[in-house]
Design a protein around this ligand. Sequence first.
Ligand code: ZN
Length: 295
Amino acid sequence: MKLIAPVLADDELLADIAAGADADDGRVRLWWLGQAGFLVQWHRHHLLIDPYLSNSLTTKYADTDTPHVRLTARAVDPHRLGMIEVVTSSHNHTDHLDHETLGPLRDANPTLAMVIPEANRAFVAERLRTDPAWPVGLTDGASTQLGPWRLTGLAVAHEQLETDDAGRHRHLGYVVEVGPFTLFHSGDAVPYVGMVERLIALLGGRPLHVAVLPINGRVPARRVPGNFWGDEAATFAHAVGARLVVPMHYDMFAFNTETPARFEETARALGQPHRVLRGGERLEITPTTESEDRP
Ligand SMILES: [Zn+2]
């Protein structure tokens, strides 16, 4: 099978990221690095959300009945992402917490900070073979400030709202505030009763410039926890008043993907501004982003 080529990859992607940093124009730029992975840039600052930049799952499941056949080529070698200040993991699944990505990323960024659900601290330390004290742990509704990045956790259900014995959630979406911008990346999630209201409360009246949500849905035969369907993602974005919604978590593994058609159809019907990115593609956000991305 021929892999989908990212719009920007390797040298071209790195040049585009560098050009954005040089432009230093106060816009937020996001690059979709595949699956749930997004690189976010503001001025010369860089945040990396849920990167999966290896073949570890394809290797791990090669001879099983759930082979993880990759659909899109890797955007970039994590060794080459030497500009990252903060990396996040939304939960413990390998496409969101990959030792073969995070090891090289740490080598490339000796002062890297990592944000995780506090409930996952021991698991993260074990998988990454790191000092358990290193990651910054968040709980539902708690925030941390790392450089210009303010991150707040929102409990999400994948597919259940799961907690540890202390009641701390194992799956978090993150509200990211930087400069005048507010973004939301849900990680892997399905809608639950009260989720819209929880997010609106965390936003505290600030505009939500971009919501990034999965669209691959829930199919029991896949035998992995599911996510929002595309129509649910568009509806959720509309309900929380997102100025723009971007779909994610498809085109990575052949057994667990979906087209954005259902997402686009619903977004269009709702008048919800949306943008479907291709792998490796850049999205630019200005403080007034809305009209330029309106369908
Ligand atoms: Zn996932």
